[in-house]
Design a protein around this ligand. Sequence first.
Ligand SMILES: Nc1ncnc2c1ncn2[C@@H]1O[C@H](COP(=O)(O)OP(=O)(O)O)[C@@H](O)[C@H]1O
Ligand SMILES: [Mg+2]
Length: 247
Amino acid sequence: MNEILRVEELSKSYKKGKKAVDSLSFSVHEGEIFALIGPNGAGKTTTIRMIATLITPTSGDAFVDGHSIIREADKVRSAITYLPDEAGAYKTMKGIDYLYFMAGLFCKTSEETERCVSRAVKMCGLGDRLEERINGYSRGMIRKLLLSRAVMTRPKLAILDEATSGLDVINALDIRKTIKQLSKEEGMSFLLSSHNMLEIEYVSDRVGIMNRGNLMVTGSVEELKSRYSAANLEEVFERVVNSDEIR
Ligand SMILES: Nc1ncnc2c1ncn2[C@@H]1O[C@H](COP(=O)(O)OP(=O)(O)O)[C@@H](O)[C@H]1O
Ligand SMILES: [Mg+2]
């Protein structure tokens, strides 16, 4: 299987002597959904922002489709899409106009723009509501609009920070289904993050458990549950962290 993302000993210190992310190494394969999970402050967003080329690592490197996030940031940017945790959309725009506006920024021809928008329209499932202004949308509707915008250009790697947090069950389920479908049917790769370990269990092929800037363990959900005799990822997390503290 091809590697779409390889992270090599990536570290970030915002302040001298304190590592927000401490020498992380992992990889994501083509068509795979990989999730970084862990409590608030674990270093998920910092890791994601480095890979999305928004902040510079203190040391280490990562490669997206073979391109270094440090030396070839432009190439990395054209291979990825990044949806921040607290992303907003232009509230006074209608949903459909927002999709055309964003497609216009990425697509080179009007045919390509139409293709991207029709993909996004289908994917977001908002139907006629796209004709309404975004300031009347619920949080779940906005997240669906943003997700469809993020993946409409078929990026090689979609990076979604806290993809479904703060959404109700139905909206979260719809978004998880879309992510799964894009990965299984179109071979798109995903790097997700979540502090909600139970929620992410259903969508991820593999997860990496983070705590205090460290990547404690990686593996498929089933693998980890059986290795730690745990019923779910929260229990895995508890056991991994406890065993580390005992050592
Ligand atoms: N811009 C920043 N300046 C200083 N410290 C930061 C900044 N962003 C995050 N941190 C710190 O880095 C650590 C990891 O944060 P973050 O990556 O946001 O974690 P997570 O996304 O897992 O909640 C935390 O201790 C946080 O306070
Ligand atoms: Mg975060």
